[in-house]
Design a protein around this ligand. Structure first.
Ligand code: HEM
Length: 138
C-alpha cells in the first residue's frame, strides 16, 4: 500500500535517506550506467569523468524530492526536458536510463512502496525528455 504522504513536504527526501541516501542512489545509478551494455549509448553521451554528473544529479534529486534545493543554489535554474534537448534520446535511451535507475533503486535500503513510488515518479520526466526530443527532431 503506497504511503500517501510521499510527494508532500519533504516526505520523499526523508524516505530516500536525505542527501547521503540520494548520493548512494546516484552512485549506484552511474555504476550501472558504466557497466550495463544497454546503457553504453547513454554513457557515451556523458563526460568521461562522471564526478560532476553525479553531484548534479544528486543535488537535483534533493530538491526534486522535496529536500534542500541544492541544484538551484549551486547551478541556478534548470528545465529538465529543455536541458536534454541536444541529446538524441528516444525510447531506447529513455528505457536504458530508467533501467539503471530501477536497478539502483532496487538495492537501496528503501521500503518497497517508496521504491515503487520513486521509479514511477522518475518515469514522468524521463518520458517528457523523450517527447521533447522527438518534437525537436521531426
Ligand atoms: C531519459 C533519459 C535520460 C538521458 C539519456 C539523460 C542523459 C543526460 C546527459 C547526456 C546529461 C549530460 C551529461 C552531464 O553533464 O552529466 C545529463 C545531465 C543531467 N540530467 Fe539527464 N538524462 C536522462 C534523464 C534524466 C532525468 C529523468 C532527470 C531528472 C529526474 C535527469 C537529470 C539530469 C541532470 C540534473 C543533469 C545535469 C544537468 C547539468 O549539467 O547541469 N536526467 N543527462
Amino acid at each position: 500500500m503506497p504511503n500517501p504522504s510521499y510527494g508532500t513536504l519533504d516526505a520523499s527526501y526523508q524516505a530516500a535517506g536525505q542527501l547521503a541516501g540520494i548520493t548512494a542512489l546516484v552512485d549506484a545509478f552511474y555504476g550501472y550506467m558504466e557497466t550495463l551494455p544497454e546503457a553504453a549509448k547513454i554513457r557515451a553521451m556523458h563526460p568521461q569523468d562522471l564526478a560532476e554528473s553525479r553531484r548534479k544529479l544528486s543535488y537535483f534529486l534533493s530538491g526534486w524530492l522535496g529536500g534542500p534545493k541544492l541544484y538551484a543554489e549551486h547551478y541556478g535554474g534548470i528545465r529538465i526536458p529543455l536541458f536534454h534537448k541536444p541529446f538524441p534520446i528516444g525510447d531506447a535511451e529513455r528505457d536504458a536510463w530508467l533501467l539503471c535507475m530501477q536497478k539502483a533503486i532496487a538495492e537501496q535500503p528503501y521500503t518497497d512502496d517508496f521504491k515503487e513510488y520513486l521509479l514511477t515518479q522518475l518515469r514522468v520526466p524521463a518520458e517528457r525528455i523523450r517527447q521533447v526530443n522527438v518534437t525537436q527532431q521531426r
